[in-house]
Write a protein that binds this ligand. Sequence first.
Ligand SMILES: *Cc1c(COP(=O)(O)O)cnc(C)c1O
Length: 391
Amino acid sequence: MARLHVPDRLLLGPGPSPVPDQVREAMAKPILGHMDPAFLAIVDDVQEKLRLVFGTQNRLTFPVSGTGSAGMEMSLVNFVEPGDTVVVVQQGIFGQRLADAAQRLGAHVAVISVPFGEICTTAQLEEVLDQHPDTRLVAVVKAETSTGVLQPLEGWSDAIHRRGALLLVDTVTALGGMPVDVDNQGFDVVFSGTQKCLAAPPGLAPMTVNERALARLQERREPVSSWYFDLPAIAQYLGKSRAYHHTAPISMMYALDRALSLIVEEGLDAVWDRHRRVAESLWAGLEAMGLQLMVPRAHRLSTVTTVRIPDGVDDRRVRQRLLEEHQIEIAGGLGPWAGKIWRIGVMGHGARLSNMMTLLVSLRTVLDAEGCHLPSGLSALEDTYRKVGQE
Ligand SMILES: *Cc1c(COP(=O)(O)O)cnc(C)c1O
């Protein structure tokens, strides 16, 4: 019989990111039943560790079955009803996806459209909220994977809560790579994914919901239109009654448990510092090569770096050669940035000095073969790595 062939790649795109051996080994453990007390204890454990990484005390903190987009569906379908006014910040592809999904639920969607590479200011938000005083929910992406922008959200929850609306935040490319600080920031509904900075395979969507949002659930005029993503029903499985709703993805739960344990063992601050330090080193290396970063430093995301493709260089050929000749995956641009940029992930287990050294050497080698001769970025990378480490 033909064997499954899986090449050994270095995943340095915007997800999935490299998965440590301990996490993959956890997935090979025997399957338990989803009502087995031994499995329920693992679920409890995962919930507790997720609270830590999210920075929350929220009782309803758990992994949704499905990838990050399932977390998005869960967040919207429970907290948006037909006819609701929803404000969506759109600074990239994932903001567009939020707006699309909210529209399909019958919401009146007011979009705050921000050019690729830029942020939405609090003043812009307040202006739109003033134009739509009946806003029920504001949805925003904290770390926009398509542009490499970190959206500042300080002061947002006050502005939003003052008007009686909820704040929904996509933290897919943030959770595990930087503080998310759910409680201090006043986020009401938050979702993420496992395959970006948490260093697990794709398949679960960590989520957390606060009491303010739960109160909103009580006010719903109609039952949640999705059977699978019915939050009150799933809360029963997680709660004391342990009522069966759907079969949990058992092996993924093992993986997430192990991945979260690795983060807790390394220490949250240490993990976040590592992401920052490796990202800064990468930036210095790329700039020393003469490459141009797309996002100004002030709101540049540490977990995804966007870099302009030099003139005359073929995007696809370079990425194909990186993959075939060097076993490295990076990604191209999306939307208006398609063909213009590369996206490099500094995520989870991938956020390491050695990976960035390998990438810079391989990228330079490929570009050289493609007729684009650039200086080495290695010593700048090394200098920055050392400098940031002393801070
Ligand atoms: C990857 C990503 C998603 C979607 O997650 P999937 O796991 O691909 O479903 C949503 N939002 C952001 C910001 C992402 O980076």
